[in-house]
Design a protein around this ligand. Structure first.
Ligand SMILES: Nc1ncnc2c1ncn2[C@@H]1O[C@H](COP(=O)(O)OP(=O)(O)OP(=O)(O)O)[C@@H](O)[C@H]1O
Ligand SMILES: [Mg+2]
Length: 242
């Protein structure tokens, strides 16, 4: 899980800027954003639609390249990585959770997780995948296909898939956006548990209630960070109503 107590923040973003297009079609999606996320912290990046949340997450996860600025994850400068090292970085350092799960529909739960486990290390990939699925409460569903599972179950498969590589940082884009309240709470409780085990969790959402469970809330508006609040007594996911 990387070095957890070496005093280096999990994520350090400085002057992060991402623009799309040029001239009349120029969109400044992220504008000179600065922040740090500590190891083991649960941070919610909160903002309305179009404020730059997904873009920020994709920049941190090396899915997109910044126009300018610096991103350090687990002390790796993401912007400096060449293509091969970007692939290594995505495999080793970050796990992604998406709103629509992004499971392969023709593979079972176990196969979906194992596919990623094998990218990390072939040895024991099946065992590790079964064990992760057990941890998210799906030990009896390993042979089911995504189409045979509820949204919440599919999202738990996606969480097992992200965790099987043992990444220090988990990046979640509206992880409960497709789920009902109770199922959404269960998924958030699972993410909190993952965080309590020492991983760093960055969740983006437009839902201000979800922000109540965060250790820190960062507010994004028009690509700019407009406020950061530490919450000393974050609420338990089970108490949230939306
Ligand atoms: N590939 C792209 N090309 C051009 N513009 C883009 C591209 N991706 C995002 N944008 C623009 O950048 C801005 C930020 O988009 P982003 O997807 O990060 O917002 P968001 O906060 O995740 O919104 P939502 O809550 O709707 O998912 C928007 O104005 C969007 O239209
Ligand atoms: Mg988005």
């Amino acid at each position: 899980m990387g070095n957890m107590d070496n005093g280096i923040p999990a994520v350090v973003v400085a002057g992060l800027t991402k623009s799309y297009g040029s001239g009349e079609t120029l969109v400044r999606a992220v504008r000179a954003v600065d922040f740090e996320i500590d190891r083991g912290e649960f941070v919610v990046l909160l903002g309305p639609s179009g404020s730059g949340k997904t873009t920020t997450l994709n920049l941190i996860g090396a899915i997109e390249e910044p126009t300018s600025g610096s991103i350090r994850v687990d002390d790796v400068e993401v912007a400096d990585l060449d293509l091969n090292h970007q692939t290594d970085f995505r495999r080793d350092k970050v796990g992604f959770i998406f709103q629509f799960y992004n499971l392969v529909p023709t593979l079972t739960a176990l196969e979906n997780v194992q596919l990623v486990a094998e990218l990390a290390t072939r040895d024991g990939a099946e065992e590790r995948s079964r064990s992760r699925l057990g941890e998210v409460g799906l030990g009896d569903r390993v042979d089911h296909f995504p189409g045979q599972m509820s949204g919440g179950e599919q999202q738990r498969v996606a969480i097992a898939r992200a965790l099987v590589k043992d990444p220090p940082v988990l990046l979640c884009d509206e992880p409960t956006g497709s789920l009902d309240l109770e199922t959404g709470r269960q998924v958030l409780a699972l993410l909190r548990e993952v965080c309590d085990q020492g991983r760093t969790v960055l969740t983006v959402t437009h839902n201000s209630t979800i922000a109540e469970m965060a250790d820190r809330v960062m507010r994004l508006r028009d690509g700019t960070l407009v406020g950061v609040e530490r919450q000393d007594a974050p609420r338990a996911p089970g108490e949230l109503e939306w």
